[in-house]
Design a binder for this molecule. Structure first.
Ligand code: PBG
Length: 329
């Protein structure tokens, strides 16, 4: 690979000027590379801060347009909706997930009414924002049960599709759910609804601030290791992705992002499909709080996002999506 030698070859020559650095740059970021997550909250006229995530808020439905307008103005193609469900609506089976007047359904309708297809809407398919125990699936005899959970996820998917959701993103890590959801969608005429599988989701310590934001942190009993992946593994990620592609996933997600760049790279190289990276809440919190304290400067944000492109990510879900000016350059 190295075709020359010092002193004839001097790699610093290419780096000497700003124009020459631009000329040889290998990767770029643009607003169309991003999905913006939005947290939803019940009530009216609310914009509520999240202590572990500086500058990220939960919006009530009637204030949603504030953030969606900004996303559209910045050229962000998609938003992802995450509800903070009131505790009195949570139960063992997460039945609020099937309520057609729940927060997510109301938000989908509101956004579609106002913006039509100017911006795509992505919704998680999982029970954790709705269960009193904070798990993504149903519990029987202290176990997360797979197939009964998938039946519920199918219904949750159909409901969200009916409301107008464009991209369904199962984030639950149950086996077989992509195939079952695809079949049910097609049978009901929702052939155009996309499936973005959280195919490789690790049982990670970086989700803490998100669980704060959706109010599942305090309620979560135990951990998610019987369904989310062990962070010691990478071959298993290939199996997860292969299976989900066979079942009908249009795109796959790797999550968290920065600690898993190796996985992003190998999935992209092997499968040649759209690979999305999720820069999760813990990553956001680390970077934002370090900037706030003055420990690192704010260009670290741009650097952290470029890492995903370098690794081969097609798009990035990031809480910074609507606020990084540099991605517009
Ligand atoms: C729910 C879900 C989680 C995240 C996205 N969807 C949390 C979890 O699995 O516990 C995490 C996102 C983030 O940390 O930013 N299944």
């Amino acid at each position: 690979m190295i075709t020359g030698r010092y002193p004839e070859l001097r790699l610093r020559r290419n780096r000497k000027y700003s124009w020459s650095r631009k000329l040889i740059q290998e990767n770029t970021l643009s607003p169309s590379d991003f999905i913006l997550p939005i947290f939803l909250i019940e009530g009216s006229n609310k914009k509520v801060s999240i202590s572990s995530m500086p500058e990220v808020y939960r919006y009530s439905i009637n204030r949603l347009s504030q953030v969606v307008d900004r996303a559209i103005k910045k050229g962000i193609p998609t938003v992802a909706l995450f509800p903070k469900t009131n505790n009195n609506l949570k139960n063992q089976t997460g039945s609020e997930s099937l309520n057609e007047n729940n927060l997510v359904c109301k938000a989908i309708i509101e956004i579609k009414k106002k913006y039509k297809n100017q911006i795509g809407i992505m919704c998680d398919v999982a029970l954790d924002p709705y269960t009193s125990h904070g798990h993504d699936g149903l519990i029987k005899s202290n176990k997360i049960i797979n197939d009964e959970t998938v039946d519920l996820l199918v219904n949750q998917s159909l409901l969200q599709a009916q409301m107008g959701c464009d991209i369904l993103a199962p984030s639950d890590m149950m086996d077989g759910r992509i195939g079952k959801i695809r079949k049910a969608l097609d049978k009901s005429g929702y052939n155009d609804v996309l499936l973005l599988s959280y195919a490789v989701k690790y049982a990670s310590n970086f989700y803490g601030p998100f669980r704060d934001a959706v109010g599942s942190k305090k309620s979560l009993k135990g951990n998610k290791k019987t369904y989310q992946m062990d962070f010691k593994n990478s071959d298993e990620a290939l199996r997860e992705v292969a299976l989900d592609i066979k079942e009908g996933a249009d795109m796959v997600m790797i999550k968290p992002g920065m600690p898993y760049l190796d996985i992003i790279k190998s999935i992209k190289e092997k499968f040649k499909i759209p690979v999305l990276a999720y820069q999760v809440s813990g990553e956001y919190s680390l970077i934002s709080n370090a900037i706030k304290k003055g420990f690192i400067n704010k260009d670290a944000i741009y650097e952290s996002l470029m890492a995903f492109k370098r690794a081969g990510a097609t798009a990035i879900i990031s809480y910074y999506a609507d606020r990084i000016n540099k991605i517009l350059i």
